[in-house]
Ligand binder design. Structure first.
Ligand SMILES: *[C@@H]1O[C@H](CO)[C@@H](O)[C@H](O)[C@H]1NC(C)=O
Ligand SMILES: *[C@@H]1O[C@H](CO)[C@@H](O)[C@H](O)[C@H]1NC(C)=O
Ligand SMILES: *[C@@H]1O[C@H](CO)[C@@H](O)[C@H](O)[C@H]1NC(C)=O
Length: 298
């Protein structure tokens, strides 16, 4: 009794929740596995349900999973001829779905998650971190964003898409790349902040599009060096005003912050999950109020 009270007082998380995770680079990619481990270490009930193969650039495609081809899952993570869906032999929380990112997160939300959570649905969906940035119009083709918008729009589960500019596809069973660790730390920080802000975690039909800037040995090599900036998905040239922030009613464009500014930045855009564009000022404000402990001005 006494020790459990003490334990409760020192654990670093306010609340543990059920989280479904997907991506488009495949279930065995290092970025996804490193973030999975970070969420797990923070005490969350996380289940990974991601494509068996690299499905980069497949947007919101969805199709019934098929038997794995003769070459097996990516990075030899499952044998050729494996069933259309499957789990790691010793950890049932790690699942592949041999189809698109949307199909994989859907299967996780409807089937795999509830099976491991006594029938309950996930409370939050995360996608990525993607290998490579997903900013501006390019996001329309991203399977990582496709999975997040499916969760937020169709399944009505608050969702975050994470992408990191640095890195190449890496297998889960190789030494963890430095950038994977930095991106997992940053993603956990934002996820924890959002959870601590309380449910509902995001307004209806809103997803977060989060991009991490470059990680390098000289600069930006530790999560503590990064600043979180509240941004928008589209340039905003002809759009209605954004919510007021940092003395302006036009938020910075995520593309400018990730590609043109020097510095260690994370962009956070509140996206409309119905069409992957920027959401309106009222819903931006709700998101901003939740994330204020984290967000800086440029
Ligand atoms: C399956 O899980 C075990 C134990 O966590 C791990 O050693 C192994 O690398 C995993 N394999 C895949 C393909 O996930
Ligand atoms: C997946 O394919 C895309 C485009 O062909 C490539 O850029 C990306 O690096 C690949 N990712 C993996 C995990 O192989
Ligand atoms: C999260 O990021 C903020 C802003 O950079 C930082 O002040 C805070 O220490 C970070 N928290 C954790 C747990 O990493």
């Amino acid at each position: 009794m006494r020790s459990s009270i003490l334990l409760g007082a020192v654990l670093p998380f306010a609340q543990a929740i059920r989280i479904i995770q997907s991506n488009d680079d495949g279930w065995a990619e290092a970025n996804a596995r490193t973030f999975f481990d970070a969420l797990d270490s923070a005490g969350h009930d996380v289940v990974l349900s991601a494509p068996a193969e690299n499905q980069s650039g497949t947007g919101s495609s969805d199709a019934t999973p098929t038997q794995v081809g003769s070459s097996g899952c990516e990075f030899s993570s499952c044998p050729g001829g494996s069933p259309p869906t499957g789990a790691n032999a010793t950890d049932p929380r790690l699942n592949y779905v041999n189809s698109y990112p949307v199909t994989s997160i859907k299967n996780g939300i409807d089937v795999t998650g509830p099976k491991l959570w006594n029938g309950a649905k996930p409370e939050l969906a995360v996608s990525g971190p993607n290998v490579g940035s997903n900013v501006g119009p390019g996001g329309l083709f991203s399977g990582t964003i496709g999975a997040a918008t499916y969760a937020a729009h169709t399944a009505k589960i608050p969702a975050i898409a994470f992408s990191g500019r640095t890195g190449d596809p890496a297998a889960w069973n190789q030494p963890t790349p430095k950038y994977s660790k930095v991106y997992a730390d940053l993603a956990l920080n934002l996820t924890t902040t959002l959870i601590d802000s309380g449910a509902p975690y995001l307004p209806d039909d809103v997803f977060l599009n989060v991009n991490f800037g470059e990680v390098s040995d000289s600069t930006c090599h530790d999560a503590s060096q990064f600043k979180f900036i509240f941004t928008r998905v589209n340039t905003g040239l002809l759009s209605a005003r954004d919510t007021e922030w940092c003395g302006a009613t036009r938020l910075p464009w995520e593309v400018d912050v990730i590609y043109l500014r020097g510095g260690c930045y994370v962009t956070v855009s509140a996206g409309d999950a119905s069409d992957k564009s920027t959401t309106d000022a009222a819903r931006q404000k709700v998101v901003l109020d939740k994330l204020k402990p984290l967000i800086s001005c440029l």
